[in-house]
Write a protein of this length. Structure first.
Length: 234
């Protein structure tokens, strides 16, 4: 949508340094509102199409046990190989000639033998035995450790004292009477209860033994009255 603004004044001139619209008419542009399009956060992964392994260069062709044949560009040059063989031959001949030039010590005569001799400027004694030396030292005896002092915790707070004279609090002989009466009474009562329980248990045992004897006598009399051979020994 284009809207025309007020026309410029007839006396106005063109200013090349001005950033405002200049001319016969000035206009402004305004588009109609529309909903914004939602964009995806991540791009879709492009999956490669199917690949034919017959045309894949990474796959080896032919027998895998045979040594791969080198292309023409990577095959060794026969002239270069001949030069390397010639260098190896010369090196072996040089080593053989050097070995022949070495001075070999002649064999010792009968009754003698070769021994190693030091030819250095400063000679040193050679021996298989390691040099040893005996040294002694004496240390003072350990003194007994002093006993540790007794631990005394640090004092804290304020000291306070009071004086109580005889008879100010209570009379022990007078106040202890009721307590002793209660203790002695409870002890005697408990002892009497235990004695009565023992007597009662003894009486129950006697009654139980008497009842068992009566039951045995009744069974014996019943067996004798029946005269049953199976119960003859009752």
């Amino acid at each position: 949508m284009i809207s025309a603004a007020n026309p410029p004044l007839p006396g106005a001139k063109f200013n090349p340094e001005s950033t405002k619209q200049q001319g016969a008419e000035t206009y402004s542009f305004a588009a109609e509102p529309r909903a914004a399009q939602q964009r995806k956060k991540y791009k879709d992964d492009e999956k490669p199409g199917p690949v034919n392994i017959m045309y894949d260069r990474r796959i080896h062709r032919g027998n895998t046990y045979a040594s791969p044949s080198l292309p023409l560009q990577q095959q060794p040059d026969p002239v270069e190989m001949q030069k390397q063989q010639e260098l190896k031959r010369k090196l072996r001949a040089k080593q053989k000639a050097e070995s022949r030039r070495k001075v070999i010590t002649p064999e010792p005569v009968i009754g003698r033998k070769h021994i190693d001799v030091q030819t250095d400027l400063y000679l040193e004694e050679l021996s298989d035995k390691v040099p040893e030396a005996i040294a002694v030292t004496q240390t003072d005896a350990f003194l007994n450790r002093a006993p540790s002092p007794m631990y005394v915790p640090q004092k804290s707070g304020l000291d306070a004292a009071t004086q109580i004279y005889e008879g100010e609090l209570f009379d022990f002989d007078l106040e202890v009477g009721p307590i002793l009466e209660v203790l002695i009474g409870k002890t005697l009562e408990q002892a009497l209860m235990e004695v009565l329980e023992e007597d009662e248990l003894e009486t129950l045992k006697q009654h139980q033994a008497f009842d068992l004897n009566l039951e045995k006598l009744s069974k014996h009399s019943q067996c004798r009255a029946r005269r049953d051979p199976t119960h003859g020994r009752c």
